[in-house]
Each structure stands twice: as C-alpha cells, then as structure tokens.
Design a protein around this ligand. Sequence first.
Ligand code: HEC
Length: 204
Amino acid sequence: MPWFNRLALAVVGLLVVIQVFRPSRINPIVEPKNEIAASLPVPPEVADIFNRSCGDCHSNHTIWPWYSAVAPVSWLVAYDVNHGRSELNFSEWGMGNPKKNADVLQKICKEVQEKKMPGTFYPLLHPTAKLADADIQTVCRWTKTVQLGTSAGAKPSTPDSSELRLKIGYSIARRNSSDGKNKQSEQANFLVASSLGKLKVSRG
Ligand code: HEC
C-alpha cells in the first residue's frame, strides 16, 4: 500500500477512535430569577447583541451545532463554553456577588471594544455574531449606564418587536415581574457596591 494511503487510513482511524472521548454538552437548568434581565434592565437592542454574539458561550442557552458533537471540534467547543460560562454567565448573573458582577460589566465593554470578544473563530461560523462599531457603542453605553445606576429602579422596557430572539431571559424577567421585591433588592445591592466606590467608572 502506498505511503499516502496508509497515512490516510491512519488519520481516519484516529478520527474514529477519538470519538470515544465525548465532552459533556450540557445546558444547566435556567432559573428565571438568575437571568441578567431579572437584576438589571436590559433593553432589547442590548439583549439582541448578547443573544447573537455571546449567548452560546456565556449563557445556559447554548445552541450546540452538529459539529460540536464531533471530536476534536467537540473538545474545543466544550472548552470554550465551560470557560466562557465560568467567566460570565448571563443565565446565572443573579448568583454572582455584586462586586464581581460590577467587575464583569466593566470587562464586557472592554472585551468588545478591544475586539477580543466574540473572538475571531466563532464569527466565521456564526456571521451574525460579528459586531459593528455601533453595536460596540451600544454595549458600552449600556454597561456605563447600569454602572452609574442612572437606571436605578427602572423596569426593563417592553420589547418593540415580537420577533426579537430573546434567549437571555428578557421575556422571562417580565414574566417574573411579580418577583419585583427580589429584583429591587438585588439592584440595590448592586448600587451599594458601586457607590462604595469599589467600582471605578471611566466616563468617556
Ligand atoms: C466562542 C465562545 C465565546 C463567545 C461567542 C464569546 N465569548 Fe467571552 N469568553 C469566552 C471564553 C472561553 C472566555 C474565557 C477565556 C478568555 O478570557 O479568553 C471568555 C471571557 C469573557 C470575559 C471575561 C474576560 C476577562 O478578562 O475576565 C468577558 C467579559 C466576555 N468573555 C465577554 C463576552 C461578550 C460580551 C461576548 C459577546 C460580544 C462574548 N464574550 C462572546 C468565550 C466566548
């Protein structure tokens, strides 16, 4: 058998064998009260950006494409999702402590401004994840607004389009608005953390 046939056979064999190692692809159960929109007002245009550009790696609403079941791609995707969720999980926002959340908010703006997120590879496979300059401004304007607490007490506004894909709990927050007391105290915690000056806000 010529050498290249043997090589091809070896590669195919290896690809078959590595399929045994399957990383878990789990979307943990979502508690509506922990979704970010239950703690902070998230306007539809911001929710839309997070949904299309970040949610697969930073929420429990991950859509796992078929190739994410095939090793070795599955290992890379699972690694991204696990690490992404551990840094920032929109679906578990309510479980983070206020100081950490304030920190993460700042990082969200920084990461998109420096074009580190959503990364280079992900948008190649998910063209809608690409962020235009206007999207980046929308994100940073929002992080600054919630950091400054100018929206204190503000309720999430109503979405203006029923077609919005609102994976990140925006609609859930509204459904849960009976839980208002809880929401307000979370927001209060958050504001206390900011006003204690633990949070450095760069106005720009
Ligand atoms: C393909 C998966 C993926 C997508 C999509 C993605 N991220 Fe990430 N993100 C990660 C991973 C993995 C990490 C942790 C490792 C790192 O910092 O690179 C991370 C880290 C972060 C951090 C923490 C950085 C730090 O220094 O602590 C923030 C904030 C963040 N991402 C925001 C976003 C935002 C906002 C979006 C959408 C615009 C986004 N990410 C899209 C995978 C992703």
